[in-house]
Design a protein around this ligand. Structure first.
Ligand SMILES: C[S@@+](CC[C@H](N)C(=O)[O-])C[C@H]1O[C@@H](n2cnc3c(N)ncnc32)[C@H](O)[C@@H]1O
Length: 296
């Protein structure tokens, strides 16, 4: 593998999510195993795959990191929710999946999706180039199509040019993106998804209820975790709705299931992180949801 350029800024959050997934495989009773996550960490750190993870930039994985305790619970706790819904949709016959802001998601490789499935992965050229370089020797079980595009611009054109068929039943996944979009950008994104969707299409989302602020985690200010906390906080925007069901119905989708991060962690038998427990509500207000497109 030649010299690699690591994604920066929001793109770097994809690296942090992959790091969390690599770490998950090393837990007792992991919620899932993502073997390729180790490859991304290895590429970023020079690590020999399969050995213990070293520190990666501002990421800390020792027991004293309130932030990492939270981030790893978020990044790993949400995975089984989306995996289960993807399996259900694929079981029901869906063969076209679009992952918006796919980052270093490896579902096209690790979920044993049928070979007749096409997975479109949209992200920035920077992230997709890094991913392509690291995964050059790996084979997905499904057809995987990388679509470099800015999800605030005309990404529908890029997706269609890449082969996406709007007249085919589709499952959309928007995990780890909407917190970076303000209300107008999120509404535009949902409008574009809707314009490319048939009735009964599925949409899986992760949204936040409110924009978090540094005052939610006062003890992190001045600690080693401050830099990565600021990376996230400064990128977060105010969401369009506090209730994902209301947002979905505003554009003719029906939300069938919505769980908070705390509820999801309880479902998968994982402890609620201190940051979530200490505040009356999850400070990042994460909600995972599954919705279905209605007739216009
Ligand atoms: C936290 S990562 C989540 C990645 C992946 N969905 C996951 O859960 O591992 C956020 C991703 O959003 C992508 N992203 C943010 N804004 C974007 C935009 N305007 N257009 C395309 N991708 C964007 C970043 O490049 C990054 O890969």
């Amino acid at each position: 593998m030649g010299a690699l350029t690591l994604p920066t800024g929001i793109g770097y959050t994809a690296m942090i999510a992959a790091y969390a997934r690599a770490q998950e495989a090393k837990q007792d009773n992991p919620l899932f195993v993502d073997p390729l996550a180790d490859l991304f960490v290895a590429a970023a750190t020079g690590l020999v795959p399969g050995t213990n993870l070293p520190r990666l930039g501002p990421i800390r994985i020792d027991d004293e990191s309130l932030l990492w305790d939270f981030l790893s619970a978020l990044f790993c706790g949400r995975t089984p929710f989306f995996d289960a819904h993807i399996k259900q949709h694929v079981g029901a016959g869906i063969r076209q999946i679009v992952i918006l802001a796919a980052g270093l998601d490896t579902r096209a490789f690790r979920m044993n999706l049928p070979a007749t499935t096409t997975v479109y992965e949209i992200d920035t050229p920077e992230v997709l180039d890094f991913k392509a370089a690291v995964l050059a020797d790996e084979q997905p079980t499904a057809t995987r199509v990388a679509v470099p595009a800015d999800l605030r611009e005309d990404w529908a054109g890029a997706l269609t040019a890449a082969g996406f068929r709007p007249n085919v039943r589709t499952l959309w996944l928007v995990e780890g993106l909407l917190m970076y979009f303000d209300a107008a950008a999120a509404d535009n994104l949902l409008a574009t998804i809707s314009s490319l969707s048939l009735p009964a299409n599925g949409l899986l989302t992760e949204t936040i209820i409110r924009k978090p602020v540094m005052q939610d985690v006062p003890e992190i200010v001045g600690s080693e975790d401050e830099a990565v906390t600021r990376l996230f906080m400064e990128a977060f925007r105010t969401p369009p709705y506090r209730n994902v069901g209301d947002w979905m119905s505003s554009q003719r989708w029906r939300c069938d299931e919505a769980v908070t991060l705390a509820e999801q962690l309880t479902r998968v038998n994982r402890p609620i992180p201190e940051i979530v427990r200490r505040c009356a509500a999850d400070p990042f207000g994460t909600v995972l949801a599954s919705s279905v497109k209605l007739q216009d």
